[in-house]
Design a protein around this ligand. Structure first.
Ligand code: ZN
Length: 348
């Protein structure tokens, strides 16, 4: 009789899942062959599984930023993180000492990005997939593209970090997932520019033109546009980045996309005089995407604003909820805040 309340709770939860509206997301169960998770259980007993995919990025920080993000995620106690890397890498030289820490074996760094024909991560084994690819990354093989599409449309989670929104300009479904992208010959054919005016009006602008621009890295203000989303809830309305690029003139399908926060380039060399999308969420089928345009280099990724929005975005993409609190060292409208990255000794 002792477990009867649990049976009742289970039946109740079934009933809730069946009647709680058009999009529950909680119906998604990763096909791991293991027992399925109840996300209402304390996370420490059942860590979320995250996969960082990387290997080809014009940002030379990438071998290090993968390890930084892995460590940030694992330090929350919520995530267990694997890395999946292309066999042929590009741009790995500057931070090559971080390569072995990913635990993915030997890779070969090439002069130019080249497709890894065997690249096939088992997306379905993960609660969230994080892309640390960048500009000019070689296309994934078609079966890997289709696998990501299936994983996402059936309720997966995805996080696009900084130049991951430069990748794969010709892959339509990927562009639907990220909502907005930059460079790679994206133009009006790919969708509108989306931004906020200085007066706070949300604009979808179909005028012709190229996509992707930024001024120099600098500290700039982030303004929340949606304050009660789980990812932004409790953040100050305006907060400062560390030195980072304020991406501008992004364009893309922008379907089922919500801009949570914008950035305003105050470098004096801004490509636009408007507030550009920095933190976004996108629904793709039953899947959830968190897109951060922040994270240009290690000093940008040490920003507490980057770290916390990234972690909350990853948790939200994985579960639809956020339990990670806003820490005391979160930046304000007056003060930038960063945490110097220290590699943990027990990293792989
Ligand atoms: Zn950059």
């Amino acid at each position: 009789m002792k477990f009867l309340p649990y049976v009742v709770m289970f039946l109740l939860s079934l009933n809730l899942s069946a009647t709680s509206g058009t999009k529950t997301h909680c119906l998604y169960k990763p096909d791991t062959g293991k027992e399925t998770k109840d996300y209402n259980e304390p996370k420490r007993n059942a860590p979320l599984k995250a996969l960082i995919v990387d290997g080809q990025n014009n940002h030379a920080v990438w071998p290090k930023s993968t390890i930084m993000m892995k460590q940030y995620l694992e330090e929350t106690g919520l995530f267990q993180v694997d890395v999946y890397r292309t066999k042929f890498t590009w741009g790995a030289e500057r931070e090559k000492e971080y390569l072995p820490l990913a635990g993915v074996g030997e890779t070969t760094d090439l002069e130019n990005p080249q497709q890894d024909p065997n690249f096939f991560p088992e997306f379905k084994n993960y609660d969230v997939v994080i892309s640390n690819f960048g500009w000019k990354a070689a296309d994934w093989p078609e079966n890997a593209q289709k696998a990501l599409e299936n994983y996402m449309s059936s309720g997966g989670g995805f996080v696009s970090v900084h130049a991951a929104n430069n990748s794969f300009p010709d892959w339509l479904e990927y562009n639907k997932m990220i909502g907005l992208g930059g460079w790679g010959d994206r133009t009006e054919k790919d969708g509108p520019y989306v931004y906020y005016t200085n007066e706070g009006e949300l604009i979808r602008d179909i005028s012709p033109g190229k996509s992707g621009a930024h001024g120099p890295s600098h500290i700039f203000p982030i303004t929340l546009r949606i304050k009660d989303h789980p990812i932004t809830n409790g953040m100050p309305e305006v907060w400062l980045t560390t030195e980072d690029e304020c991406y501008a003139q992004l364009r893309g399908p922008a379907e089922n996309m919500t801009i949570l926060a914008t950035g305003k380039d105050v470098s004096g060399k801004a490509p636009t005089d408007r507030h550009e999308p920095m933190l976004m969420v996108v629904d793709y089928g039953e899947g959830r995407i968190f897109h951060t345009a922040l994270g240009h280099d290690d000093f940008s990724i040490e920003s507490v604003g980057f770290i916390i929005s990234f972690l909350r975005g990853a948790e939200w993409a994985a579960t639809g909820k956020v339990t990670i609190p806003i820490p005391h060292d979160f930046p304000t409208a007056e003060e930038s805040s960063s945490r110097v990255f220290k590699l943990k000794n027990d990293s792989k």
